[in-house]
Every structure is written in structure tokens, then in C-alpha cells.
Design a binder for this molecule. Structure first.
Ligand SMILES: Cc1cc2nc3c(=O)[nH]c(=O)nc-3n(C[C@H](O)[C@H](O)[C@H](O)COP(=O)(O)O)c2cc1C
Length: 485
């Protein structure tokens, strides 16, 4: 299962009965969003709106909106297949533990050394039509407004491409973009993201023009990599190639040296002036709350390239669960082997939809010594974007962190709040709504593992209640006789 571009994926989903074409006229103004919200919450199909009032470009939404579709998007029937491949790759990393950074670098090198490098091509479907100067008008695209209090229309599923001014390595990130007018948008580069890092580096170097390109649509694995929290010097396209088992075709942009995925539907080319910022928002966000106005860089669009008959990809975020939950679930699964490499006691991790990734992280560990749960908390708080986690709950290896009932039962029973809750502080996600000041605030770690005497618990741990196998067998054998069913 391999998809060259978005349309191949659409055909595949349609053949599987997982996509509906909607020909009834719909508005970009909240209507698509309301329909998509209902479908996501019901586990419904991907939607292709073919008749968006005022536009002849169709809008695709909810393509990733289930575990099954997300797996297909990455070219596998079940995500476990991909997790196994990642695990195999990590197995290649030998040698003594030299620290997280070195391990991640080695991983990066391995991916780069892989045979699925991006390939540069000279002709590309995404450049069939080239619009410059007076022909540049973002309102020619069916960009949707998602929620009533939103500050405007937002591009919600972009692959924003920028370049590290020192290494030349490109970054591809999914960051929303508010349309200010036909030629400018906001660039919602949050504090801890790689796009922001590039922006800051350009600013520090006194560079006055930072080239940026934005790819819309493309093969579904490549689009997904924009949301993956890869280390800064790791090229998302190498990872996309590894996932697809085929290098991503890249083409030089028309107005800069940036390389953009050739199979994109639409590409916006332009620049950001480091230091030029303006109010962006409000926006109905992943948290289920509006993110209110804040200052963010401005993206100036100089050129739009596109296919002759482009498809516009969109997504909405809002009160969970939303489509992005499935995108994040893949990240959780694929990054688990890498986390285990650094923290070998980790058995499983669950970042439930309600916790929108950075708010709540549930971890099970194979505990071997006192204080190990706290070691894991600190380890996770030192690990890339996991540093933004607000609540980390650690349980023993035999607790299924994917089962909310089991987890709540164990946690509520196992903790003595005066002993097992660790309050600390650190960096927080820009989207956090509770902290006293933006970007920094409190964090809590809850150690719900079974504690021993060294951890201050002098009593014996009581056994779990489990019926004897003899009685279970007896009841199984007589089940029909009871006449209950
Ligand atoms: C649908 C969607 C929208 C997102 N919007 C933003 C955003 O506006 N700003 C942001 O910084 N991160 C946003 N993210 C999260 C980033 O894509 C994610 O943190 C990713 O790792 C960033 O890439 P980077 O690590 O290369 O910076 C969004 C993710 C998804 C799935």
C-alpha cells in the first residue's frame, strides 16, 4: 500500500467505503466545520466537499479520522507493522548509552543513510500552474473558518517549510495560518517548535528575509510528518521516505531555493521578515478552548503554485476527540521505542485524547528500585516536546495504561497524596490555558506504583483480589446448568 499523492489516497479510501463525496452546496464559513465535527465524533468517513459555494476547488477533511485510516495513510494495515519497523531501526543503535542527544543523532544518521532519501525532480505536478504578483490571492482557495469566534479563515493542515540558516537542513511542520488578506497570513510558530527556532536564528543573525514555503496536500504520510515532534536536525522527508519505503520527490520552489514536495496539491511561496509580528487569533484550538489573540510572525505570499485541478486539504481542531487525536496517536506509538531506548523501564505510554497530548501522560514502568517512577517523570520532562507535559502519572507494568477504568482504579487506590505527588514547574505549551503566566508553570507527577519501605511505606502491599483457577474452571463447566443465559 503506497500512495503517490492525495488523490491516490482518496481513491483508495473511496474503494474501501471510507470516503463520502458531498455535492450539496456548502459554505466554507463554519458549515464544513460543523459537518466534520459530527463525523469525527461518530467515527465517520473522510469527506470530500465537491461543491463549496464560490469555489471550484474541492475540500478534503477527516482523512486521518480513525485508527484504520491513519494506518492506511502511513501505508500499513495495522500501525504495529510500522512500529515494528521503527523498532528494528532502533535495534541498530549499539554502544553504551551516551545520552539522549547522541542517540537521537545516531537515529537521524541511520534514517539519512537509509535508501529512502528524498529525490529532487525538475518537473512537478504542484507547479502545473504558477501564479505571481497580481494573480496571488489566497481567497481563491476554499480556506475554511472553523469556529464562530475565530479571528478569520485559517489554513489548518499546512506543511510549513523553512531552513536552518546554519546547517541548511529543512524543517517541515504543521502550524496553522490565519489569512489576514489575499497575500498575508499569520505564522503560528509556537515557542518550542523547530520553525520558531529557525525564525529566532534568522533574527539573531540579522537576516531580514526568511524564505518560507507551505505545501498543501501531498501523499498522506508526508503530510503527517509535519505533526511529528522530530529532533531539530532530523529531516522529516527522510522519515516520510522511510515510512513510505520510497523517497519523497522534491522540487525547487519557483521563487526560492527551498525544496517542496513535488506531489503537493498547492504550494504557497513567500517570506517572513524576522521581527515583524502581529496579532493572530482567536482560534478554536486543540484544547477545546479558544486561544486568544497573541503576537506571531507574518507570512507574505509572493507566489502560489498548484495543480491544474487541486484539492484543498483541511482539518479542524476543537474539543477532543478530533482528527488530530489519530495523528498524535501514531506519534505516541512510533516514538515509544525511542523513549524506551532512553528510559528502558518504560513499558507503555498513553496520551489520551482528553489530555490533548501535553496535558496528560500515562506511563507504565517495570519498577526495580525506589524512586524509579520519579526518575521516569524527570526523564520524560527532559525529552523533546515531552518537556511540555503537565501531568505525568506512573503506574506499575501490570497496569494497562490504555484502559481508563483500570488506570483510575489503581491510581486512586495506590496513592498517598502527601507522599506520592510531586509538584514542580517548567516549560508549558503555548496553548496551556491554566498557568499564571504563558509558557511557564506548574507540573505534577503522580507516582501510583506500589511503594516499598525505602519510599516511606512500611506496610505490606495487599494482594489483588483474584478468584482461584479451580473455582473459575468449576463455574465454567457448570455455566449452562445455572440457567442464567
Ligand atoms: C492539525 C494540527 C495543527 C497544529 N497547529 C500548530 C500550530 O498552529 N502551531 C504549532 O506550533 N504547532 C502546531 N501543531 C503541532 C506541531 O505540528 C507539532 O508540534 C510538530 O511537532 C511541529 O513540528 P516541529 O517539531 O518540526 O516544530 C499542530 C499539529 C496538528 C496535528
Amino acid at each position: 500500500m503506497k500512495f503517490k499523492d492525495l488523490r491516490e489516497f482518496i481513491t483508495f479510501l473511496e474503494n474501501k467505503g471510507e470516503l463520502r463525496r458531498i455535492t450539496t452546496p456548502v459554505s466554507w464559513d463554519l458549515e464544513i466545520s460543523e459537518i466534520a465535527d459530527r463525523m469525527v465524533k461518530q467515527g465517520g468517513p473522510a469527506l470530500l466537499f465537491e461543491n463549496v459555494t464560490g469555489y471550484d476547488i474541492p475540500v478534503l477533511i477527516n482523512m486521518y479520522g480513525s485508527e484504520k485510516r491513519m494506518a492506511w495513510a502511513l501505508g500499513v494495515e495495522h500501525l504495529d507493522e510500522l512500529v515494528d519497523r521503527f523498532q528494528g531501526l532502533l535495534g541498530l543503535i549499539h554502544g553504551p548509552p551516551e545520552g539522549l542527544l547522541n542517540k537521537m543523532r545516531t537515529l537521524g544518521q541511520l534514517v539519512h543513510l537509509g535508501s529512502f532519501q528524498p529525490k529532487t525532480v525538475s518537473r512537478a505536478p504542484c507547479q502545473e500552474v504558477v501564479l505571481k504578483d497580481g494573480d496571488v490571492d489566497l481567497f481563491q482557495l476554499p480556506i475554511i473558518k472553523c469556529w464562530p469566534m475565530d479571528g478569520g479563515r485559517y489554513i489548518t493542515l499546512p506543511l510549513v517549510i523553512s531552513r536552518d540558516p546554519e546547517t541548511g537542513i529543512q524543517n517541515y511542520g504543521t502550524y496553522r495560518m490565519q489569512v489576514f488578506d489575499g497575500k498575508t497570513t499569520g505564522m503560528h510558530w509556537q515557542t518550542h517548535k523547530v520553525g520558531t527556532r529557525h525564525y529566532r536564528m534568522n533574527q539573531e543573525k540579522g537576516i531580514t528575509r526568511m524564505d518560507v514555503a507551505v505545501a498543501l496536500g501531498g501523499d498522506p504520510a508526508t503530510i503527517w510528518t509535519g505533526s511529528a515532534p522530530l529532533p531539530p536536525d532530523m529531516d522529516e522527508m527522510a522519515v516520510a521516505g522511510f515510512i513510505r519505503e520510497d523517497g519523497v520527490d522534491l522540487v525547487k520552489a519557483q521563487t526560492s531555493d527551498l525544496l517542496v514536495p513535488a506531489q503537493s496539491e498547492i504550494v504557497l511561496e513567500g517570506y517572513v521578515v524576522p521581527g515583524e509580528e502581529r496579532a493572530e487569533g482567536p482560534f478554536g484550538d486543540h484544547t477545546g478552548y479558544y486561544s486568544m489573540e497573541d503576537e506571531y510572525p507574518v507570512f507574505h505570499v509572493e507566489c502560489i503554485t498548484r495543480r491544474r485541478d487541486p484539492i484543498y486539504p483541511a482539518i479542524i481542531v476543537g474539543r477532543p476527540p478530533m482528527e488530530d487525536y489519530w495523528m498524535g496517536k501514531v506519534t505516541e506509538r512510533l516514538f515509544l521505542p525511542a523513549i524506551k531506548l532512553i528510559l528502558p523501564e518504560v513499558v507503555d505510554i498513553n496520551m489520551p485524547a482528553e489530555g490533548i497530548f501535553h496535558n496528560l501522560v500515562l506511563v507504565s514502568i517495570k519498577k526495580e528500585y525506589p524512586g524509579q517512577a520519579r526518575k521516569v517523570m524527570h526523564g520524560l520532562w527532559g525529552l523533546g516536546l515531552m518537556s511540555l507535559a503537565k501531568i505525568i502519572i506512573v503506574v506499575d507494568h501490570f497496569v494497562d495504561v490504555q484502559n481508563p477504568s483500570e488506570l483510575a482504579w489503581r491510581v486512586a487506590n495506590n496513592i498517598d497524596p502527601s507522599r506520592d505527588i510531586m509538584i514542580t514547574s517548567g516549560p508549558l505549551d503555548d496553548l496551556d490555558v491554566a498557568s499564571s503566566t504563558p509558557k511557564f508553570g506548574g507540573k505534577v507527577g503522580i507516582d501510583a506504583t506500589q511503594k516499598g519501605p525505602e519510599e516511606g511505606r512500611q506496610r505490606e502491599w495487599p494482594p489483588d483480589i483474584i478468584m482461584s483457577q479451580e473455582i473459575k474452571d468449576l463455574v465454567d463447566g457448570k455455566w449452562q446448568d445455572y440457567g442464567i443465559q
